[in-house]
Design a protein around this ligand. Structure first.
Ligand SMILES: C[S@@+](CC[C@H](N)C(=O)[O-])C[C@H]1O[C@@H](n2cnc3c(N)ncnc32)[C@H](O)[C@@H]1O
Length: 436
């Protein structure tokens, strides 16, 4: 049977595996240790990563890589299991969060710095920064003044890791203090929002991070893993990874979805705030000022220029043909997505050691009535890149929301009668393949 038919058949007969649903994992488990430092869209639950590492890197120190590192779930779990790790993400906010989440700080240092921070805050002069103009769209004036004072006080912290810890809390708190509709997956103004007191809300989150750091620190100290190396780079993973070939034992990653989350938009408050401070955030200046350019390189984003090339997937060709019949611009977005992913799979293959495994966590979707079989396309593209011995796992994503629907335009949760509703993902797949 040709490879495409084998893949299609394998997926058609696949049953969800209960042990991969992690149905019983409560919030306290999914947010344990540093996993809850910062909200991040479409992060995977740590339990999946942990199980994959335990299954595929059971002993010894191995090197784990996540080319779509996001907020660092893979890197945190790898460290806690004593493995070295390396991550990439195009989003500078992802890098900041991941570096913070993988660095355990002595609890006493954080307690002392918190006290110093309060003094710096009390003595802060009325600073007035030259903010990006969009800051005034998202925040009211008194909130901006309060945030300025907090930001001023954080910047007085000398130790780099500790300052970054405070900045991570600050970044998380920006959305709370803005007019942004919380939980929306699109930048939307909430006209009825009561904005909290910035200092109180910042300290509340900081204190929860301090507590989580304490657990992380003592767990790593007990297992002797405090100094296990984790590296996170801001990189475009469609380009050559900054590592030699055959360096990696295990890849665990969940790629972005096509036309789903606009990561650049969703982190714009942090980009705007830090980008407006070129003295301390040199490279970020460009991201906020050339936002359209910056956003364009995210995989799966819409309104990109049309790219050309082979998909290395018969299934992808059929999907694009079908989409062309209904909406050409959408077909172009999806085609660009498949072409980008093909490049990433080739790079994953290059950097893996022979015998190493790639685990891709990915969901299928439907756009304008056309099934977008991301998992099947990934399997085909990986085979074309040289991967073999496929294992496909189907997992149910237990839905803990009251309604599984969101409004397409606003991103708000919505009921089943809304004609512009989109359904949250019910299942996803883990595609595991070997470099032979
Ligand atoms: C599904 S999320 C990964 C979430 C991650 N598993 C976690 O738990 O936080 C996909 C990530 O891909 C990143 N991304 C999008 N385009 C990229 C590119 N060209 N190169 C590298 N990363 C990219 C996004 O910024 C986002 O963080």
């Amino acid at each position: 049977m040709p490879a495409t038919a084998t893949i299609i058949k394998a997926f058609t007969t696949l049953k969800p595996r209960e042990e991969w649903s992690f149905r019983d994992a409560g919030r306290s488990q999914t947010t344990a240790f540093t996993h809850d430092y910062h909200r991040y869209p479409a992060k995977f639950i740590p339990q999946i990563v942990r199980k994959l590492i335990e299954d595929y890197a059971p002993s010894g120190t191995q090197v784990v890589c996540d080319p779509f590192g996001g907020c660092g779930t893979t890197l945190v779990e790898a460290k806690m299991l004593g493995h070295k790790s390396i991550g990439f993400d195009i989003n500078p906010v992802a890098k900041l969060i991941t570096q913070t989440k993988t660095t355990a700080i002595k609890p006493k240092t954080l307690a002392n710095t918190r006290n110093k921070f309060l003094k710096y805050y009390e003595n802060a002069p009325s600073v007035s920064y030259n903010h990006h103009q969009r800051i005034n769209y998202w925040f009211d004036e008194p909130t901006i003044q309060e945030l300025d004072k907090i930001y001023f006080a954080i910047k007085k912290i000398k130790n780099h890791n500790v300052r970054r810890f405070f900045l991570c809390s600050f970044s998380h708190n920006l959305k709370n203090c803005s007019r942004w509709l919380m939980k929306s997956i699109k930048p939307t103004i909430d006209k009825e929002k009561t904005v909290p007191n910035p200092k109180e809300s910042f300290l509340r989150h900081l204190d929860s991070m301090i507590k989580k750091n304490g657990q992380f620190y003592s767990t790593l100290a007990q297992s002797g893993y405090t100094n296990v190396s984790t590296k996170m780079y801001r990189r475009d993973s469609t380009k050559k990874f900054p590592i030699e070939q055959e360096m990696i034992d295990l890849v665990i990653t969940s790629p972005p979805y096509v036309t789903s989350y606009e990561y650049a938009d969703l982190h714009q408050l942090t980009l705007l705030w830090f980008g407006g401070d070129p003295k301390h955030f040199k490279k970020w200046h460009h991201f906020s000022n050339e936002f359209i350019d910056f956003r364009r390189n995210f995989i799966g984003t819409s309104s990109k220029n049309e790219k050309s090339g082979e998909f290395n997937s018969v299934i992808a060709e059929k999907i694009i043909d079908d989409l062309m019949q209904v909406e050409r611009p959408l077909a172009v977005d999806v085609a660009n997505y498949f072409l980008d992913m093909k490049k990433v799979f080739a790079e994953i293959h290059r950097v893996l050691k022979t015998g190493g495994k790639a685990c891709i966590i990915i969901g299928n979707t439907s756009l304008r009535g056309v099934e977008i079989l991301n998992a099947q396309v990934a399997a085909e593209q990986m085979q074309a890149a040289g991967f073999r011995k496929p294992v496909f796992i189907k997992r149910e994503i237990p839905n803990k929301m009251i309604t599984p629907y969101r409004d397409l335009e606003s991103g708000k949760f919505t009921g089943k009668d809304n004609p512009s509703k989109v359904r949250a993902y019910e299942y996803e797949y883990v595609v595991v393949m070997d470099k032979v």
